[in-house]
Design a binder for this molecule. Sequence first.
Ligand SMILES: NC(=O)c1ccc[n+]([C@@H]2O[C@H](COP(=O)([O-])OP(=O)(O)OC[C@H]3O[C@@H](n4cnc5c(N)ncnc54)[C@H](O)[C@@H]3O)[C@@H](O)[C@H]2O)c1
Length: 356
Amino acid sequence: MQTVMVTGGAGFIGSALIRHLITHDTCRIINVDCLTYAGHTATLQDIDQDPRYQLEQVDIRDRPALDRLFSTWQPDIVVHLAAESHVDRSIDGPAVFIDTNIVGVFNLLEAARHWYEGLEGESRERFRFHHVSTDEVFGDLSPDAAPFSETSSYAPSSPYAASKASADHLVRAWQRTYGLPTLITNCSNNYGPWHFPEKLIPLVILNAIQGRAIPVYGEGHQIRDWLFVEDHARALHRVMHEGVIGSSYNIGGHEERRNIDVVTTICDVLERLEVPHPEGVTRFHDLITHVADRPGHDRRYAIDASHIERELGWRPQESFESGIEKTVRWFLNHGDWCQGVENADTRQRQGLGATA
Ligand SMILES: NC(=O)c1ccc[n+]([C@@H]2O[C@H](COP(=O)([O-])OP(=O)(O)OC[C@H]3O[C@@H](n4cnc5c(N)ncnc54)[C@H](O)[C@@H]3O)[C@@H](O)[C@H]2O)c1
């Protein structure tokens, strides 16, 4: 049985990957997650009793703890997702983004290198370090420019994107200099179940059903490519087993949308599903409120995913229309989870410690 160490597995994408691996792989899964405001054990409640799953509550900034994990669990594959991931938070307080997304990645690379250098034979052949990154490293794309490919220049705009870009460079250097067998994936915006409520799509759904204003930055003309999170999990699974060492793969949904169109689509779905209007609201669309734009806001991201499609035969299965309806239905049915993670976030901000 192979052992896959997933970092950040209590977060949005990491938990989707773990659920996918439990059903579609035979591996043992070690989830390395220090449970920040964005990580919740409740997110994995459907699989956490599986004997193939184990949580290790460890911070990737803690090098001795990482060394202990490598020698205890002897992973064949590391899939690294742990990160500070919210652009707005990186603008308000960039320090933790540098610590986790750069220094943490350095620690993990060093722990992995130390472990890899001691391997021999088949276990050395099998070992992979798969780093999960974002399309935001490529920066701002003009409306008529070709989508990002794997050879696009790095030009990150936000502290978040710059920290992820730095991490990508470290991973490449560890492959080139030390021969660590690495893989990098750069993915577009994910959406789907278990998405932390501070991000655009869950925020819009939850604000709408609670009758709160739906904030849209500027005119909402920024364009993003949207990928259903379970399609991303399938892509990561494919790359970690079949990706060519030293390669990077762009992953996208072929679903470019303006933010304002995403927001109105969600309102349309809520109307179509006949979700009761909150008191004083006649149409969900009336809650849309334009607010001052985010500083340095990129206008457009778009992904050319032809490399992974050609080389590994992966394609997204979900359209934006089908995925967004599934997502809205999921949030309508999981109010307890949303309330739990929001309460835990408030408690952490007040220094009271997380409860979810
Ligand atoms: N969400 C997206 O749309 C998207 C798109 C492309 C790439 N990514 C990348 O995918 C990865 C996962 O994103 P997500 O949206 O699931 O993030 P998330 O914020 O939902 O989850 C991050 C997880 O990492 C954990 N974590 C944070 N700091 C840690 C540390 N120092 N040590 C151990 N664990 C720590 C958190 O507890 C949480 O469980 C990130 O690397 C992100 O940059 C995300």
